[in-house]
Design a protein around this ligand. Structure first.
Ligand code: NAD
Length: 250
C-alpha cells in the first residue's frame, strides 16, 4: 500500500484503461478521483468500489477543467487518460471532430497539468502519467486528429519532464497498442466503412496486423505499469514514452 496518503486523478476512468489504472492505484492505497461519463448506477457502483470521488466533467471544456481541478483537491498523481477516436479520410474528416479530439486527447492534459503542478512542486513529489498510444510514435491512415494529438501529447510530456526534473516530479507516457476497450470496439463500424472490410477482417487485418504478438493488450497491463511509475524506483524514469504494444513500434 505504498500510495497511501497520495491522491490520484485519473481522467476517463469510468471505462477501459482509465478504470484499470484507477483500480491498480487504489489497490496500492491511493485516494482516487474518477472522471468520465457513464450511467448513474454504474458510476455510483464504481465510487463505492473504489471509495472514490467522481467528476463527470467534459474535458473538452477548459473552464470546466478549472472548476474540476479546484474542487478535486491537491493531486499527487495525475493520469491524463481520457481520449476519443474518429476514423475517416482527411477530406471527409469533420472539422468539429478534429477540434474535439485535439481538445480532449491533447489540450485537456495541458490544462490539468498546469493546474496540478503547483501542488506537486510545493510538495516535492508528483507523478504525471499520460496515456498516449502507439500512435504517438507511428501513424495509421484515417486517424489524422488522433495521431496528431497523441504525437503532441508525447511532446508535451517531454517538456513537463524537463521542467519538473528537479522537483521530485516525473512525467511519462504509456503508449499502448490495441487494447480491447469500448474505444476500439466503437471504431470497428467506421473502419469497416472506410476500408470496405468485414468485422473479422478489421480485427485481424487492421487492428491486430501491426501487433506482432497478435494479441490485444489488457487494460490491467497499463494499470501495472502506472503503479510502477509511481514507485521510488521509477524516480529516474522521466520523459519516457513506454510502449506496451506487443512489439508494434519495434
Ligand atoms: P474508453 O472509451 O473505454 O474510455 C474513455 C474514457 O474517457 C471513458 O471513461 C469516457 O467516459 C471518457 N471520456 C470520453 N470523452 C470524455 C470527455 N469529453 N470528457 C471526459 N471524459 C471523457 O477508451 P480506452 O480505450 O480506455 O482509452 C483510454 C485512453 O487510452 C485514450 O486516451 C486512448 O486514446 C488511449 N489508447 C487506447 C488504446 C486502445 O486500443 N483502447 C490504445 C492506445 C491508446
Amino acid at each position: 500500500m505504498f500510495l497511501t496518503g497520495k491522491r490520484a486523478l485519473v481522467t476517463g476512468s469510468t471505462s477501459g484503461i482509465g478504470l484499470a489504472v484507477a483500480r491498480a492505484l487504489h489497490a496500492e492505497g491511493a485516494d482516487i478521483v474518477l472522471n468520465g461519463f457513464g450511467e448513474e448506477e454504474e458510476i455510483a457502483a464504481l465510487k463505492d468500489e473504489l471509495n472514490a470521488a467522481h467528476f463527470g466533467t467534459d474535458l473538452t471544456d477548459p473552464d470546466a477543467i478549472e472548476a474540476m481541478m479546484s474542487e478535486a483537491g491537491d493531486i499527487d498523481i495525475l493520469v491524463n487518460n481520457a481520449g476519443m477516436q474518429h476514423v475517416a479520410l482527411i477530406e471527409e474528416f469533420p472539422a468539429a471532430k478534429w477540434d474535439a479530439i485535439l481538445a480532449l486527447n491533447l489540450s485537456a492534459a495541458f490544462h490539468t497539468a498546469r493546474l496540478a503542478v503547483p501542488h506537486m512542486k510545493a510538495n516535492g513529489w508528483g507523478r504525471i502519467i499520460n496515456t498516449a498510444s502507439a500512435h504517438s510514435k507511428v501513424a495509421s491512415p484515417y486517424k489524422s486528429a488522433y495521431v496528431a494529438a497523441k504525437h503532441g501529447l508525447a511532446g508535451l510530456t517531454k517538456v513537463l519532464a524537463l521542467e519538473l526534473a528537479q522537483c521530485g516530479v516525473t512525467a511519462n507516457c504509456i503508449s499502448p497498442g490495441y487494447v480491447w476497450t469500448p474505444l476500439v470496439e466503437n471504431q470497428i463500424p467506421d473502419t469497416m466503412k472506410a476500408r470496405g472490410l468485414s468485422r473479422d477482417e478489421v480485427i485481424n487485418d487492421v487492428l491486430l496486423a501491426p501487433q506482432p504478438t497478435k494479441q490485444f493488450v489488457q487494460p490491467e497491463d497499463i494499470g501495472a505499469l502506472a503503479v510502477f511509475l509511481c514507485r521510488d524506483e521509477a524516480a529516474n524514469v522521466n520523459g519516457a514514452n513506454w510502449s506496451i504494444d506487443g512489439g508494434w513500434t519495434a
